[in-house]
Design a protein. Structure first.
Length: 312
C-alpha cells in the first residue's frame, strides 16, 4: 500500500503525495533532496541575502577595505584581513558557505565588526567554487587548509598571535572548517598538529554519505575517496581542538541530525565539544547571529576565544 507523505517543510502543511522508496533513513528521494536544500525550509532566504549584502556594503564604507593577502598561486586564493587595534591579538578565520558553489569573502564582511571590536582579527578567505573545480571538492578543502597555514605563518606580520588561531564556518563553510580541524598539519604542512586552537561549526555537514545520495550529487562529483577523506566525523582521531557545534531549530532535519550526531561522535571520542541549538532560527538566520556579540553564534565565538561580549 502506498504511503502518504504530508511533511510540512515551510511551516504550513503540504499537499499529500505518494511517498517513494526510502533512500536514506525514512526519507524518499524528494525528502532527502529537500533536506539538503535549505531554501525549502527558509522561505525568507532572499530577504536575508539582501540584508547581509547591504550590511556588508555598509561595513566596508564605514571601516574601509580589508588587507588582501595571497595564500596561493591562483587569483582566487586570497584572503581578507580585518584588523583589530590590539597587538598580538587572537585570529578568527571565517569560512563562508554557499552550498560549495557560490559566495565570496566580501559577502560576509558584515560579520567582521563584532570580532574586530572585541579585540580579534577577522580573516575571510576566498576559495575555488565547485563548478570551477569541475565538481571536485578536494581543491576547495585543500585551499581552505592552505589559507589557515598562511594565516599561521603571517600572523605576526599583521599583529596576530599565531598561537591563538580559531576557525568558524557556516553551512558548507562549516563542512570545510571541519575538514581543516581534522587535518594532519604536521604531515601536510610541516606545522604543529594543534595550530587551530578551537572551532565553531554552524549548520554544517560532517558525513558526506547522505549528501552524496541527495541532489547535490548533480554538481558534486562524489567518489568513495572524497566521501571518506572529507567526512570529518570519520577522522576524529586528528581533532586537536575544542569545538562548538550549532544548528537552528528551523533548519532541515538532516542538518539538525548531522550536528547532533557529529557532536555525539566527538564526545564519544573523548574530545571537548558543546552542542548549541538556536531555537526559532533557520539556516540563514544562524549565520547572522555570528555577527552579534549577544547572538547564538557571536556569543559562542567570543567564548571560544576567551573574549568579552563587551566591545572595547
Amino acid at each position: 500500500m502506498a504511503e502518504i507523505s504530508t511533511i510540512a517543510q515551510t511551516g504550513s502543511p503540504s499537499s499529500p503525495r505518494v511517498k517513494g522508496s526510502r533512500v536514506w533513513l525514512d526519507m524518499d528521494q524528494k525528502e532527502l533532496d529537500d533536506a539538503y536544500d535549505q531554501r525549502v525550509y527558509a522561505p525568507n532566504h532572499e530577504v536575508i541575502a539582501k540584508r547581509r549584502r547591504l550590511a556588508s556594503e555598509s561595513l566596508l564604507k564605514r571601516r574601509g577595505e580589508p588587507e588582501r593577502l595571497a595564500y596561493g598561486p591562483t587569483a582566487i586564493e586570497q584572503l581578507d584581513i580585518y584588523k583589530t587595534r590590539r597587538s598580538n591579538a587572537p585570529i578568527n578565520i571565517f569560512i563562508h558557505g554557499g552550498a560549495w558553489r557560490n559566495g565570496q569573502a566580501k559577502d560576509t564582511a558584515y560579520l567582521a565588526e563584532m570580532y574586530v571590536d572585541a579585540g580579534a582579527h577577522f580573516v575571510i578567505p576566498d576559495f575555488i567554487q565547485i563548478d570551477d573545480a569541475g565538481g571536485n571538492l578536494m581543491p576547495m578543502a585543500q585551499q581552505v587548509r592552505a589559507a589557515v597555514a598562511c594565516v599561521f605563518k603571517n600572523a605576526a606580520r599583521f599583529g596576530g598571535d599565531p598561537n591563538r588561531i580559531y576557525i568558524t564556518g557556516h553551512s558548507s563553510g562549516a563542512h570545510l572548517s571541519g575538514c581543516a580541524l581534522v587535518t594532519d598539519w604536521q604531515k601536510d604542512f610541516g606545522l604543529a598538529p594543534d595550530i587551530i586552537k578551537g572551532g565553531l561549526l554552524v549548520s554544517g555537514m560532517y558525513d558526506l554519505k547522505p549528501v552524496r545520495l541527495s541532489k547535490r550529487s548533480e554538481y558534486v562529483k562524489f567518489t568513495d575517496e572524497i566521501e571518506y577523506a572529507l567526512s570529518s566525523q570519520r577522522h576524529l582521531d586528528k581533532l586537536n581542538a575544542p569545538i562548538i557545534v550549532a544548528h537552528g531549530s528551523q533548519e532541515t532535519p538532516e542538518f539538525q541530525r548531522q550536528a547532533r550526531e557529529f557532536a555525539a561522535a566527538v564526545k564519544a571520542a573523548g574530545k571537548p565539544v558543546e552542542l548549541i541549538v538556536g531555537e526559532g532560527f533557520n539556516h540563514f538566520e544562524m549565520q547572522e547571529t555570528l555577527g552579534n556579540p549577544y547572538g547564538i553564534g557571536g556569543r559562542a565565538a567570543l567564548k571560544l576565544m576567551g573574549l568579552s561580549t563587551n566591545p572595547t
